[in-house]
Ligand binder design. Structure first.
Ligand code: F6P
Length: 323
């Protein structure tokens, strides 16, 4: 019988609990013993393991966050930290590890794989910047939260004929901001992937006002060269040119704490089942993600330290549809 450990690492994402549940139950279905590691790599380095039976993962599919908890663990980047993790994996007789997380977490998984640990990653980050998966767990829910905020802000913006800068998460990737801007009908979007100075936002808003719009919604990715605060400082000095009064709303971690959508629960379940299948076949050192609608594995060595590029066609959409 195999002993498989599962952990969640890095920023939590809605759907992580659904993934833990599916790893546990599909593993148990194969008569494996499943154990959870608390607080991600920090728990791996301190030996914080908990048994995960079928009942232990009951009642969590709908819960945001991760009941195993998560952490950012800089010590895991050191040789000593990884040796400590290996020690505990050996002591617990773990012969398979599932890492649910985003870029940094999968880079850690690749390092463990290089040390001989049979590890499989599951693509999970709201940022959707992970190479090897068209979409990752948490993105759909985080997008819908961003979209709901835009819809609500449009109502009040139109009533008062105001402009809003709406800052969304995404670290150094503009995916969440771009898709929410397209789906929310924003007048402009500012993302790290496209150079934009604060005065271009002034011009966009001025133009929207001249075209007779009753509001000006600008979605700003937190990782853009000029974030919402920097743009606001500039725009406020040019308020008379724009025609709209300006307000700023930053979503921050609100965007990460949503009840996982149907799409995220299903994606989490499919990817987790795929990860267990990879372990069963002995095809480890891989990241399980979704590619062209299918569950697919990519070598962790290709995923580590790499960022997925944004589709340029989406950028063009945002520009055309803002008319
Ligand atoms: O990677 C997910 C993410 O939510 C990013 O969008 C954001 O920049 C970052 O994590 C915030 O990290 P923390 O929760 O450690 O402040």
């Amino acid at each position: 019988m195999r002993r498989v450990a599962v952990l969640t690492s890095g920023g939590d994402a809605p759907g992580m609990n659904a993934a833990i549940r599916a790893v546990a139950r599909t593993g148990i279905d194969r008569h494996w013993t499943i154990v959870g590691v608390r607080r991600g790599y920090a728990g791996l380095m301190s030996g914080d393991f908990v048994p995960l039976g079928a009942r232990d993962v009951g009642g969590i599919i709908h819960q945001p966050g991760t009941f195993l908890r998560s952490a950012r663990a800089p010590e895991f980047k050191t040789e000593e930290g990884r040796e400590r993790a290996l020690f505990h994996l050996n002591r617990e007789k773990i012969d398979g590890l599932v890492v649910i997380g985003g870029n940094g977490s999968q880079t850690g998984a690749a390092a463990l794989s290089n040390l001989g640990v049979p590890v499989v990653g599951i693509a999970s980050t709201i940022d959707n910047d992970l190479y090897g998966s068209d979409i990752s767990i948490g993105v759909d829910t985080a997008l819908n939260i961003g979209l709901e905020a835009i819809d609500r802000l449009r109502a009040t913006a139109s009533s008062h004929e105001r402009a809003f800068l709406i800052e969304l998460m995404g670290r150094d990737c503009g995916y969440l901001a771009l898709i929410a801007a397209i789906a929310g009908g924003a007048e402009a979007v500012v993302i790290p992937e496209v150079a934009a100075d604060p005065d271009s936002v002034v011009r966009e808003l001025q133009d929207a006002h001249r075209r007779g719009k009753s509001h000006g919604l600008v979605v700003v990715a937190e990782g853009a060269e000029y974030n919402a605060d920097a743009i606001a400082r500039h725009v406020i000095g040019h308020q008379d040119r724009i025609g709209f009064e300006l307000r700023v709303t930053k979503l921050g971690h609100v965007q990460r704490g949503g009840i996982p959508s149907v799409a995220d629960r299903l994606l989490a379940t499919r990817l987790a089942a795929g990860a267990v299948e990879q372990l069963a076949r002995g095809e480890t050192g891989t990241l399980v993600g979704l590619r062209a609608g299918e569950v697919a594995a990519t070598p962790l060595a290709e995923v580590a330290n790499r960022k997925k590029e944004l589709d340029p066609a989406l950028l063009e959409f945002a520009r055309i549809l803002a008319r």
